[in-house]
Write a protein of this length. Structure first.
Length: 283
């Protein structure tokens, strides 16, 4: 069963004004439970507006959204409960830290859900482990930590609510290469352990290629495609035409194919590309 489903989803900013703009246009989509989905699109493509619909931050101008089989806006009395199924981590989430200790910050969401102190404690400690935080850090103020540690505390605060769907908007933005790899590695480990649906919004094609099993591409407010990662990057020419840069390794293999080398052109990770080249050299 689809964990997220949209039917003719449309959202218009400034309806009835001279500034009217269609941000999401007639999107029909089904995302299966347990998928690791990369979400890509050029600036203004509609991807950020789309993901804000999945936990009810925005109400559609037209169309419907179903979360775990339940229509999101059908009964407003059910809205809060359904929203708890979708955790949304905004870009630079560390700016939203406010509690006096990391423990309280991570536990804020579960406490707001009305969980017992015992369950809150369990979730805080488990989530700290998942994001690679030493338990000693839980007693510290989040403002004593490094940028990467703050980011992990903020992400842990959403994970601690145990959402069935975790959506992260540019989770590695602004971090150095080491911090970037750490955050993305932890998100991948979280997905493998929890088996929840994870959506990773990113401008980095390399990050998406390494981590996502499927990719959702938005272009000019419309859904361009939603497919397996290798099939999406196989359409490298179309992605380039809409202003998206495919992974460097994909461009290299496409050039080799164009130059007459008998080689696969569905390469999107360095690891896979290296293996292919080694096989060719052995032959």
């Amino acid at each position: 069963m689809a964990i997220i489903k949209t039917e003719n989803l449309t959202y218009v900013y400034g309806e009835g004004t001279p500034f009217r703009k269609v941000a999401v246009d007639d999107v029909n989509l089904e995302i299966e439970e347990g998928e690791m989905v990369g979400v890509i699109g050029h600036t203004g493509s509609g991807k950020s507006t789309l993901i804000q619909h999945f936990n009810g931050l925005l109400q559609p101008t037209a169309g419907k959204i179903y979360i775990d089989g339940e229509e999101l806006w059908k009964e407003k009395s059910r809205l809060r409960e359904i929203r708890f199924k979708v955790g949304l981590v905004f870009q630079y989430p560390e700016y939203q830290l406010f509690e006096e200790t990391c423990y309280k910050d991570i536990g804020f969401g579960p406490k707001n859900m009305g969980l017992s102190e015992e369950e809150i404690d369990k979730r805080v400690r488990e989530t700290a482990r998942l994001v690679g935080l030493d338990e000693r850090i839980l007693k510290k103020s989040p403002f004593e930590l490094s940028g990467g540690q703050k980011r992990r505390v903020a992400i842990a605060g959403v994970m601690a609510m145990n959402p069935k769907i975790l959506i992260l908007d540019e989770p590695a933005s602004g971090l150095d290469p080491k911090g970037r790899d750490k955050i993305l590695g932890l998100i991948k480990e979280y997905h493998q352990e929890k088996k929840n649906t994870v959506m990773l919004v990113s401008h980095s094609m390399e990050d998406v290629a390494k981590n996502a099993s499927k990719i959702l591409v938005m272009n000019k407010a419309k859904l361009f495609c939603y497919d397996e990662t290798e099939k999406v990057f196989h359409r490298a020419d179309e992605l380039t035409q809409m202003g998206l840069a495919v992974p460097q390794i994909t461009r290299v293999f496409n050039r080799l194919k164009t130059a007459g080398v008998d080689i696969n052109d569905d390469v999107y990770t360095l690891k896979y590309g290296t293996r292919l080249l080694l096989d060719i050299l052995k032959k």
